[in-house]
Design a protein around this ligand. Structure first.
Ligand code: ADP
Ligand code: MG
Length: 442
């Protein structure tokens, strides 16, 4: 800390972006509280990769300070900051438009990994980006749970348009900011500048519209702006955290406008897509990590992409701070600290549950007396894996399967081995199940 400037040194741009994205509000508040209105936040990205050409770069807070202006155009500017100066400072579109767009440059299509989970949304977004306002995807509404890439994708649309069509005025704004600006305008007793500003936008990207819920006046204003833009063939792109039909507290007339265009969702990426996302991120960081670590991460973090990135950040941070290589055991340690409910090892319970789920039978049936064929198979498979993955004795395994004899377990293992030789689809099932346990038992 020097004077009123707090500098956070980070090992790469990834960290800077991540901190900005997740903690900028907390940091701003802390800085304001401790240092007052003149407080500034800077980041120094210090890259240490052997031939270190340390190039710290600086992003400043608060808004529009001298240092901020010194940033080269190509450098990313944090989304959180730019729009703090009120849009009413913008009587005409000038050289500062780059800053005003509120786009993070690294949120591009190239960095947005494609998978089944996002194919439609991505290609619709791409179409819109190449012909904003002209396609039938107007408005484009992308919805999905937290951390699944909504903001990234709509920012990619913005960036793509800015790259291809320089004269278009693209504006990204969070719904929260929109609401606050509107309320400020009301407080000032003059909403005209607010309306005028939004009506001159060529591409309006408005994030997290679920935030409009229950805010009648804002919705009315947005409805106005929406209609004006739409009539003038300006592109509108929106995101929300749920499907329009579940957007409680949004007026019907607004929802019905959304149907004019395209609504599409983002799902959690599947395993392969998660692997690709990890590889991409690590590659952009200039870091290489072993394949088994990648698979382990992709397998274990199945909640959302943001969490996946959080784990990657911790992993990189631990490895660089402690000057150790990234390997499986480090990944496991990190994961245990972060993801509380991950089991340390594969236990009989887990095996039984997994097999019961896989064969779609009740868990109790594995321990019951029943001799129905599907149940017997599932039971034998579970015993087989209990033998392979746990340290339980045959006797103990038998005990956990409804008090069966150790010879039953031996027979189960034998049967599974035999079936694998003769039945290919059975064998495929075993391989698939083994993969699940392997990942868990790393
Ligand atoms: P949301 O807005 O839906 O909460 P974000 O767009 O903020 O999610 O995404 C969370 C993080 O995950 C971002 O850092 C983003 O870059 C990353 N991300 C999400 N989906 C993908 C993807 N398909 N490819 C690459 N990165 C992704
Ligand atoms: Mg978002």
């Amino acid at each position: 800390m020097e004077g009123t400037t707090l500098t956070i040194q980070v090992p790469s741009q990834f960290f800077y972006e991540w901190i900005e994205e997740h903690y900028v509000d907390v940091l701003k508040l802390a800085i304001k509280t401790v240092m007052g209105a003149n407080g500034r936040l800077e980041y120094a990205v210090v890259v240490d990769r052997g031939n270190s050409q340390n190039q710290p770069y600086v992003v400043s807070f608060p808004q529009g300070t001298k240092a901020g202006k010194k940033l080269k155009e190509k450098q990313p500017v944090a989304a959180g900051d730019n729009f703090d100066h009120s849009p009413f400072d913008l009587p005409s579109l000038n050289a500062e438009t780059t800053l005003q767009s509120n786009l993070i440059e690294t949120h591009t299509f190239a960095n947005f990994i494609e998978g089944d989970c996002n194919r439609l949304a991505r290609s619709a977004g791409y179409a819109v980006a190449n012909k904003p306002g002209i396609t039938s995807f107007n408005p484009l509404l992308i919805y999905g749970g937290v951390g699944l890439g909504k903001t990234h994708l709509v920012q990619a649309i913005g960036n793509e348009i800015k790259n291809n069509l320089e004269d278009k005025f693209v504006l990204y704004v969070s719904s929260e900011k929109f609401v606050n600006q509107f309320l400020d305008a009301i407080k000032d007793g003059n909403v005209k500048p607010f309306t005028n500003f939004y009506m001159q936008v060529d591409v309006l990207i408005i994030d997290d519209i679920q935030f409009f819920a229950g805010k009648g006046r804002t919705q009315e204003m947005f409805f106005h702006i929406f209609n004006h833009l739409h009539q003038n063939k300006k592109q509108i792109v929106m995101t929300s955290d749920c499907a329009p039909k579940d957007l409680m507290g949004l007026e019907e007339r607004l929802l019905s406008r959304f149907k004019w265009g395209l609504t599409t969702d983002l799902q959690m990426p599947d395993f392969e897509t998660r692997v690709a996302i990890i590889k991409r991120k690590m590659q952009s960081e200039g870091i290489s990590i072993p394949e088994d670590v990648i698979e382990y991460l992709a397998y274990t973090v199945d909640t959302n992409v943001r969490e996946l990135e959080g784990v990657m950040i911790s992993l990189i941070a631990h490895a660089s701070l402690n000057r150790v290589d990234i390997d499986l055991s480090l990944a496991k340690t990190i994961m245990k600290n972060i993801v509380k409910d991950i089991e340390a090892e594969v236990g009989i319970d887990f095996i039984q549950k997994t097999c019961a789920d896989y064969y779609d039978i009740k868990l109790e049936d594995l321990k019951a007396k029943t001799r129905k064929k599907e149940i017997v198979t599932a039971r034998q498979v579970a015993m087989y894996f209990a033998k392979e993955f746990t340290n339980h004795s045959l006797k103990s395994i038998g005990y956990h399967f409804g008090g069966r004899d150790h010879s039953t377990v031996i027979h189960a293992v034998q049967t599974v081995n035999d079936l694998m030789e003769t039945d290919n689809s059975f064998k495929a099932a075993i391989i698939e199940l083994r993969k699940k346990f392997k990942m868990k038992s790393y």
